[in-house]
Ligand binder design. Structure first.
Ligand code: F6P
Length: 488
């Protein structure tokens, strides 16, 4: 009901690279459907189910093309067929150049400030543009007068302008899930103006933080002489069109995680410790990350090694549990990171480990939700130390799972989440090993009342601004912007 009220008769036309449902063949030839796992797809899915919108995404499952109709549409979820999923097919080459290439070897590193990791290649750009065109055509095809088009993320920097050309009056909005860099970094991109112009095809453009909004406005200001950037009104006038630029810090389903973490009770924790050989007289620190070089995992392991070296009292008294999830492995930087992490874990465990104690427990295995939330609930400290991160939802998930309010969040000042938690988290700069060690020591010895106070405040923040508040905020701003646009 909530979503319907906010949408006020409009229906959502969501565009994302990853799809909310994926059809695959089992070994016995039957078709299975994978459920949304990521925060965003899981968050938008209920709104779509309630309001019967259309979702356009890349069909990357091996059975996807066998379940769609002649318009490449399938009703999802299978049991209730509540809304339409329109699949877009990409060739191997397109996936290589648009997804692994331009999206993840150009825009991803560049937006995270890693100019030196950026691999420019003409074919990356050409295919990125062509795939954006393919998605734009699908949008035009699926569009109705009451559609509210919502692009997700950096895979679609050009599509908004392309759709705008075909549908001048459509309402287009976009949420950019990664940081937006300063002009000094962004200007190194050979196609920087085309990308900015592409995004300015939107009526509303959202980022996680005000800082990224400011960076974006700076870029527009510098790139286009004829753009009018109105910082007070948070809008840009360019090429006869107005784009509003606002921050909407993405969040998580607080209630669900808090309630699921209840399943991981003391008994679960005892069993979990036993199965990983973690003694009950050691403190537990946890890290949960996609294996991405932006997450600062090697830096975190360095800090831990330094702690055990300089503060031997923590040997046999602190175990670090790192869960890593394999990601984008076709890119060599990602494979190298995986090796680097494994080597560092082995080295540290060899150096400090004893017969009774393994300093770092490392796993890349899929863990059930109960284990993940249980780890967050029962660990004494969480280490979230990205070198740069748009938001970092693990920090928020940790806080939501901390139902006993007794853990400490150690958080990099380079994560978007830091803008919300500020000094309630123990702040580190991931490059400053000495300070990282000192803050770790502080986190591990913090007295109970301070721990609880900080955690309570962080929990309040996430409870108030959860995923549904983010959705309401984004959609009601869209409605206001649309209303203003149509009446001005
Ligand atoms: O943080 C940006 C993001 O695109 C998320 O939306 C997504 O969960 C994550 O990166 C992983 O991305 P990929 O789809 O490339 O596996």
């Amino acid at each position: 009901d909530d979503a319907e009220t906010v949408l006020d008769g409009d229906s959502l036309l969501v565009v994302s690279n990853r799809q909310p449902y994926k059809h695959s063949y089992d070994e016995d030839g039957s078709i299975t459907v994978d459920r949304p796992a990521g925060g965003l797809t899981a968050g938008i899915d209920p709104v779509m189910q309630e309001t019967d919108g259309t979702w356009i995404a890349w069909g990357d499952g091996d059975a996807d093309s066998d379940v769609v109709d002649e318009h490449d549409r399938v009703r999802v979820p299978p049991e209730s067929e509540a809304y339409t999923l329109r699949r877009v097919w990409l060739t191997e080459d397109e996936v290589d150049d648009y997804y692994y290439g331009y999206s993840n070897q150009v825009l991803w590193p560049l937006c995270h400030g890693g100019m030196w990791k950026t691999e420019f290649a003409d074919e990356f750009w050409t295919q990125y543009r062509d795939v954006n065109e393919t998605f734009a055509e699908a949008v035009v095809d699926e569009y109705d007068d009451d559609s509210l088009v919502w692009f997700q993320d950096y895979h679609f920097g050009l599509a908004p302008q392309m759709v705008r050309e075909g549908l001048p009056d459509a309402f287009l909005m976009h949420f950019w899930h990664i940081p937006w860099p300063g002009w000094d970094t962004f200007r190194s991109l050979p196609n920087c103006e085309e990308l900015l112009a592409g995004l300015l095809g939107n009526d509303l453009l959202g980022f996680h933080t005000d800082w990224y909004c400011e960076n974006f406005l700076d870029c527009v200001d510098e790139a286009f002489e004829n753009a009018f950037v109105d910082r007070d009104q948070k809008r840009v006038r360019h090429d006869g069109h107005t784009t509003h630029v606002e921050s909407f810090p993405l969040s998580i389903d607080y209630d669900e995680i808090t309630s699921k973490s209840a399943d991981a009770d003391e008994e679960w924790f005892e069993e979990f410790r036993r199965s990983y050989g973690i003694g009950d007289d050691v403190q537990l620190a946890v890290g949960i990350d996609r294996l991405d070089y932006t997450k600062g995992i090697p830096e975190r392991l360095d800090a831990l090694a330094r702690l055990w070296e300089e503060h031997p009292e923590w040997r046999e008294k602190l175990t670090f549990f790192q869960k890593g999830s394999e990601s984008r492995s076709r890119i060599s930087d990602y494979r190298e990171l995986q090796e680097e992490v494994e080597e560092a874990v082995t080295r540290i465990n060899r150096r400090f480990g004893t017969d009774d104690w393994t300093p770092i427990v490392y796993t890349e295995e899929m863990l059930p939700e109960t284990d993940l939330y249980g780890l967050c609930r029962h660990s004494d400290v969480a280490l979230v130390s990205p070198l740069r991160d748009g938001m970092n939802l693990v920090a928020k998930e940790y806080v939501a799972a901390q139902r006993d309010e007794d853990g400490v969040l150690v958080l990099s000042d380079q994560a978007g989440a830091h803008e919300e938690f500020g000094d309630d988290a123990v702040t580190i700069n991931p490059h400053d090993v000495d300070d990282f060690v000192e803050q770790l020591q502080y986190a591990l010895t913090m007295d109970e009342s301070e721990r609880r106070e900080r955690m309570r405040r962080m929990r309040q923040r996430v409870e108030q601004y959860d995923l549904f508040a983010w959705l309401r905020d984004s959609l009601s701003t869209a409605r206001d912007v649309k209303h203003r646009r149509d009446t001005e």
